[in-house]
Write a protein that binds this ligand. Structure first.
Ligand code: C2E
Ligand code: MG
Ligand code: MG
Length: 734
């Protein structure tokens, strides 16, 4: 029932208006029902209780009669010993000052548990004016204390989180002044303490952010969305460095909804950003040269096209492919190949202007994007310089190499309007440049597509030529000047390609080298030449030496020595009847290693000839150390031997040099009696050329060896009585 309900007629209290107020009863009722204990105690040493109210039982677990006069237990004993002295002192201080006291302490309840109590009281004097009692009230405040403790604990925990967090934590005004910052934030920005940070940074937008607009964006998001997530910005570190941070923050609003402050966390993401940038760089750049790679190249071409569209310029895509790179890479090793690519990258960079780009398309292919081109002359000027720069000799570890490249050019807008089309066209033009003799450039023309598809077709057919048995070996005799006899023959490959006729080696050997097909093809001709030579010997023909051309790629291949040994063994041919020809330019590359391989071949008992001699840059000292048996004078010197004094001098010098080194000298490309005369006169040892015979199939060679009238006789007669006029030449063709 509501204690304050108005009195009603049937309420006995309402009718009994005259009932006197029994204060004592009222006080007793209140006293007995109070949650807490009213007491009176003496001010003796153990605070002897003279009176305690009913609340005593709930507060202490003892009945009042057990406490009063310490019948069973004294209240003083109940007070925890560690609090007792403090409590006594506090009470005495207050009493001495004539004031009420107010003290919190712990007691041990009869149930053994500790309770927090609040005791309030005043001193009471006796008739003599002496302090004799205390009267007061003690209440249980354990729950409040526990709540307080929990609150303190929570505050301590949050404080610790704030202090020890690895993330920076802040509160700022919306204008950009710090209200609060933790040690981590100070550390991230390079300040000694949060206080130092707060004191130093009073204008966050201008002092902290590298781009004040970024702070403006932060504030805008906070105002509009009330929070930001992973908001990344560049800020200044105290030492002047620029670092990347990521912020998560929210706006704290007051009751009216206006923003009071921003609070949030900051993480230093500089390392991650650098890592991301590195990954992005790696994904878009070539790891060897550091140049943009294929994918970035496409972007660059697209950008250049976009700009050219606006400005009305042209864009030239210049495809640069090194000539014979595969040879260098395969024969000298990848470390040399890599150094060469770095050198070429450097040279190309030196050829372009700031707004142009050089990229590595892959392998030995580079692409230059020339922007802002006005006409073809400008492009030609740049490309000519590029060819010139690349063709400068390259010296690596004391060894000099001649370089050249083939260049194909396509232009926006005439050849295409997207990167793929322009690259395809420039690639096609580059193949045309290669086919036209390398070391040159070619602009794209629509007809080139035809040529490219033909080359691809050729490459495809070449892959099947061996299994389809389409290769043929032709033989060209080599004649000894002294005896006039055929003492050898060079095995020269031909490809009998269906629908295309007999294809000469110059048209497919380089493709075979580029595709690696030269290895099985080279093995095949080696085996075939040995087999054929052995077969001729078995039928009793005069034994001759057979010369087989080796590609540098074969020479680099680990299995070369054993495949030569196998070919000899299979054919049961005496190694003395096999000669291997290596071109001079190759022999001079990586001479030391080649010397080792040559020695291994030499051990098998075969002869070694240096082919196309005079076209490379032989070092005499190497030549002396190599186990070489023959020098074959290149036919380009022989051709004009009788009309060009320079050529004549070179051939004379080669013959003298060869003899001085104890080598036989062979002249190739002997076409006329005048050639023959000159060579014989100057002591050339052996001859090879159309004057005696073109390369012929095995049957033709066999006929030459048998000869209806002995081939040797014809030779001898040619050598003994050379004809002076062109009309007689045919007499000497076998
Ligand atoms: P090479 O080894 O210098 O061969 C000599 C080339 O000169 C042959 O051309 C031959 O037909 C040609 N020749 C011979 N006498 C005369 C002449 O009096 N006048 C002119 N103008 N030329 C003459 P071919 O057969 O077209 O071979 C060209 C090149 O292809 C060879 O040059 C050789 O480097 C390479 N080759 C040929 N067969 C093979 C092969 O089986 N393996 C490898 N790796 N290369 C080969
Ligand atoms: Mg040869
Ligand atoms: Mg030759």
């Amino acid at each position: 029932m509501n204690r304050w309900a108005p009195p009603t007629d049937d309420d006995p209290a309402a009718t009994d208006i005259a009932a006197p107020l029994d204060i004592t009863r009222l006080l007793t009722t209140i006293t007995d029902n109070l949650v807490g204990m009213i007491y009176r105690c003496r001010t003796d040493a153990i605070w002897t209780m003279e009176y305690v109210s009913e609340g005593c039982h709930k507060l202490t677990g003892y009945r009042p009669d057990e406490l009063v006069f310490n019948t069973r237990v004294s209240y003083d004993q109940m007070t925890l010993p560690e609090d007792r002295e403090r409590v006594g002192r506090a009470i005495h201080v207050a009493l001495d000052a004539g004031e009420a006291f107010d003290v919190e302490y712990r007691i041990r309840h009869a149930d053994g548990r500790v309770r927090w109590v609040l005791e309030r009281g005043v001193g009471l004097r006796n008739a003599h004016g002496q302090l004799a009692w205390i009267e007061g009230f003690i209440q249980d405040i354990s729950e409040r204390m526990a709540a307080n403790e929990a609150l303190h604990e929570a505050v301590r925990r949050y404080r610790s989180l704030f202090e020890h967090a690895t993330e920076g934590i802040f509160q700022t005004t919306p204008e950009g002044r710090y209200l609060n910052a933790n040690p981590a934030l100070a550390r991230i920005y390079g300040h000694d303490s949060p206080d130092a940070l707060i004191a130093h940074l009073h204008d966050i937008p201008r002092q902290l952010y590298v781009l004040p607009e970024r702070r403006a964006e932060f504030v805008r998001l906070m105002q509009e969305q009330g929070a930001v997530r992973n908001f990344e910005s560049q800020v200044y570190h105290c030492d002047g460095r620029i670092i990347w941070i990521s912020e998560n923050a929210r706006a704290v609003k007051d009751a009216d909804g206006s923003v009071q402050l921003f609070e949030g966390t900051v993480v230093d993401v500089t390392e991650r950003k650098q890592h991301d940038a590195e990954l992005e760089y790696q994904a878009s750049h070539d790891s060897l040269t550091g140049l943009p790679n294929r994918s970035l190249l496409r972007d660059r071409i697209e950008q250049a096209i976009g700009k050219a569209q606006r400005d009305g310029h042209q864009v030239a895509v210049v495809f640069v492919d090194l000539d014979h790179f595969k040879l260098i890479n395969d024969s000298l090793g990848h470390h040399v190949g890599d150094r060469l690519l770095l050198e070429v990258a450097d040279r190309l960079i030196g050829c372009i202007r700031g707004h142009d780009s050089v990229a590595r398309q892959g392998g030995d292919e580079f692409v230059i994007v020339l922007t802002e081109q006005h006409d073809e002359h400008e492009i030609i000027a740049i490309v000519s310089r590029l060819l010139e720069v690349i063709s400068q000799p390259w010296v690596d570890e004391g060894q000099e190499y001649g370089l050249s490249c083939s260049v194909g050019i396509s232009c926006y807008p005439q050849d295409g309007d997207d990167p793929d089309a322009l690259l395809r066209c420039a690639d096609a033009a580059m193949y045309k440049a290669k086919a036209s003799g390398r070391g040159t450039y070619h602009f794209y023309t629509p007809e080139l597509n035809q040529a490219i598809s033909e080359r691809l077709e050729l490459e495809n057919s070449l892959r099947h030529a061996l299994e389809r048995d389409e290769f043929r070996v032709y033989y060209q005799p080599r004649i000894e000047v002294a005896s006039g006899r055929i003492i050898g023959a060079e095995a020269l490959i031909r490809w009998d390609c269906p629908g295309k006729g007999l294809i000469p080696p110059d048209s497919f050997i380089s493709i075979a080298e580029e595709t690696g097909l030269i290895i099985p093809i080279g093995q095949w001709i080696l085996a075939e030449a040995c087999r054929q030579n052995s077969a001729w010997q078995r039928v009793g023909l005069p034994p001759i030496s057979i010369s087989v051309n080796l590609s540098p790629i074969q020479f680099r291949h680990a299995g070369l020595v054993s495949s030569v040994a196998d070919a000899l063994a299979q054919a049961a041919l005496d190694p003395a009847y096999l000669e291997l020809e290596l071109t001079e330019s190759f022999v001079m590359q990586d001479a030391e290693r080649i010397n080792v391989a040559m020695q291994a071949l030499k051990k098998l008992g075969v002869d070694i000839a240096v082919d196309d001699f005079g076209t490379g840059y032989s070092s005499l000292s190497y030549l002396k150390r190599f186990p070489v048996d023959r020098l074959k004078v290149d036919k380009s010197f022989v051709r004009d031997i009788d009309s060009d004094p320079d050529d004549a001098a070179i051939v004379r010098a080669i013959i003298t040099l060869g003899h001085a080194l104890g080598l036989k000298v062979v002249a190739e490309g002997v076409e006329t009696s005048a050639h023959l005369d000159f060579l014989r006169q100057h002591g050339c040892d052996e001859l090879q050329g159309y004057y005696f015979s073109r390369p012929v199939p095995a049957a033709g060679m066999e006929a030459l060896l048998r000869g209806p009238t002995s081939a040797d006789c014809r030779c001898r007669s040619a050598l003994a009585a050379p004809r002076q006029t062109a009309g007689h030449e045919t007499d000497f063709i076998f």
